[in-house]
Design a protein around this ligand. Structure first.
Ligand SMILES: Cc1cc2nc3c(=O)[nH]c(=O)nc-3n(C[C@H](O)[C@H](O)[C@H](O)COP(=O)(O)OP(=O)(O)OC[C@H]3O[C@@H](n4cnc5c(N)ncnc54)[C@H](O)[C@@H]3O)c2cc1C
Length: 490
């Protein structure tokens, strides 16, 4: 045990020079990965298997990033990524090789109208066909926004449609519903922002769920944890949580990268892989010293990222299935109600409850409903008190189903808050017309050199994927890609 004097001196110096004492290591790591989301974990798995000296610095107090599986109801729910979209990629292969996923069924899609009128079945079928055709985004001759393309196509495809007189606003309301489907899929706040043409290859494939185990299972597969591997690289010791990186300096005579965290710790590495979201890059690109090159800054500014919000409600039973089973209830808000709502509005008077676009049942969790919000009011919704959010939801439920059910109060509520969390600042990225004027996703993924011209800072993350951005498998691919590039450069 040390003497009282040395203890006093230790305390004294700790206050005088906090960063030098807090700093975990003076050694220079071969590689430091910033961010323990899917891309960071994927890169880590490759480097650790290659016996590289690698650590991860992660700002949150958990791994997974935009994969966040939590216990709720009788099982788990995913507050972030939920489905494996499509099958022609590494994410599907990793999961399918262990038999971890199964196809989700979205065949029971019902439309509900807020004015409580029953839309004739033949019209519903027709609308579904039209929506599917438009959402496929084919034959786009020029650069158009999603709004321009979809509105024009919708008008053409519905021009001969006979809509009964008692539905005077139906076409307009269906177009609004189509807009919600679009911005939900793209996580844009406004459908005038994304480009209708996109390099994303995941347009119209099947979706697979994790058989009640949640998307976080993929992290265990990547980390080689039992039963998916031998767990021989003890990842827990190498992944440092609650490490919020605030500065990255690469231009110094030592030819190493210095990383500074907001708890006054500092780290050094020969190579860095940076993985935080496009939203984080937009807000904090001045953390890089020297500044990011112009073309990378342009890519960051012109690519888009917005937000969606998920709300899970737990009930004491599955009352909603008593009437009719469904996979998805697509909500159509009547124009008159949308325009006249005085309650459930933002401070600027914009209704937020009408950004509730769909209600879904939850695989393997029968007493849950899963509500999907999208649109410009997401930041406001994320900041609402639980009570105000619940009041709005009860109002909406009553408006749509109050004539059919006594709507019970949920016993629990859980929601996502991706947009207002400074470690994400958005949900997933999309291409805009501006971003498509240059190869923005490619520029985003290009490395930075030190003063000797050596590649030292590498960029991974979903938005750096050329053809699968916005997805987990795009993020995983990008992590593998950059781990390989780092290994070649060492
Ligand atoms: C609501 C929602 C639903 C989704 N649904 C699906 C789906 O069904 N299927 C699908 O394929 N994809 C889906 N996605 C997209 C998918 O989740 C992401 O594309 C993917 O997880 C992104 O991984 P990433 O590694 O690129 O980024 P992230 O997961 O964001 O990882 C980056 C990490 O960096 C950390 N970080 C940020 N700033 C700092 C800092 N300064 N210092 C240190 N660490 C920092 C973050 O905390 C985070 O852990 C969904 C996303 C959301 C939010």
């Amino acid at each position: 045990m040390s003497s009282p004097l040395s203890f006093i001196l230790f305390i004294f110096f700790q206050f005088l020079f906090p960063s030098s004492f807090c700093s975990l290591s003076n050694s220079t790591h071969e590689v430091i990965i910033i961010g323990a989301g899917a891309s960071g974990i994927a890169a880590f798995s490759v480097l650790a298997k290659n016996k590289t000296d690698v650590i991860i610095l992660e700002a949150e107090n958990r791994i997974g990033g935009r994969i966040n599986t939590v216990e709720f109801g009788e099982n788990v729910v995913d507050l972030g990524a939920q489905w494996v979209h499509g099958s022609k990629h590494i994410g599907y292969k990793l999961a399918n090789d262990f038999g971890l996923i199964t196809k989700s069924n979205f065949s029971l899609i019902n439309y509900c109208y807020s004015n409580r009128k029953e839309i004739p079945n033949d019209l519903i079928v027709k609308f579904q066909e039209i929506s599917m055709e438009i959402l496929k985004c084919q034959d786009i001759q020029e650069e158009l926004t999603v709004a321009e393309f979809a509105t024009e196509k919708f008008k053409n495809l519905t021009s001969d449609l006979k809509v009964p007189e008692e539905f005077p606003n139906l076409l307009e309301d269906m177009l609004e519903n189509l807009m919600h489907n679009y911005i939900a899929g793209l996580s844009a706040f406004d459908w005038n922002q994304p480009s209708a043409r996109s390099d994303n290859e995941d347009c119209d494939e099947n979706n697979y769920n994790w058989k009640g185990k949640g998307y976080k299972t993929i992290l265990n597969v990547l980390l080689n944890k039992a039963p998916y591997g031998s767990d021989n690289f003890e990842p827990e010791k190498k992944i440092l949580l609650s490490k919020n990186v605030i500065k990255i300096k690469s231009n110094n005579s030592e030819g190493i990268v210095k990383i500074y965290c907001n708890d006054s710790t500092e780290y050094k590495a020969k190579r860095v892989i940076f993985t935080p979201s496009l939203g984080v890059l937009k807000a904090k690109m001045n953390m890089f010293h020297p500044d990011l090159p112009d073309h990378k800054q342009r890519a960051i500014k012109s690519l888009g990222i917005g937000g969606v919000a998920k709300v899970f409600l737990e009930y004491s039973n599955d009352w909603f299935n008593k009437h009719r089973k469904f996979d998805v209830l697509d909500l159509i808000w009547d124009k008159n109600l949308r325009k006249s709502l005085k309650n459930f509005t933002t401070d600027e008077g914009v209704p937020w409850i009408t950004d509730l676009a769909a209600i879904l049942s939850v695989d393997y969790n029968p007493n849950l409903l899963y509500l999907w919000f999208d649109g410009q009011t997401i930041p406001f919704i994320e900041n609402l008190s639980e009570e105000d959010l619940m009041d709005g939801i009860q109002f909406a439920m009553n408006q749509f189903f109050g004539h059919k059910f006594d709507i019970p109060k949920p016993i629990n509520i859980l929601r996502s808050k991706w947009y207002t969390n400074e470690h994400f600042l958005g949900t997933y990225s999309y291409q805009t017309i501006e971003s498509r004027k240059q190869p923005s996703n490619k520029h985003l993924g290009e490395p930075l050199q030190d003063q000797y011209g050596k590649d030292v800072i590498f960029f991974a993350g979903e938005a750096t994927s050329l053809d699968h951005f916005s997805t987990v498998h795009g993020a995983i691919q990008s992590g593998f890609r950059e781990a390989d590039n780092v290994l070649k450069s060492l």
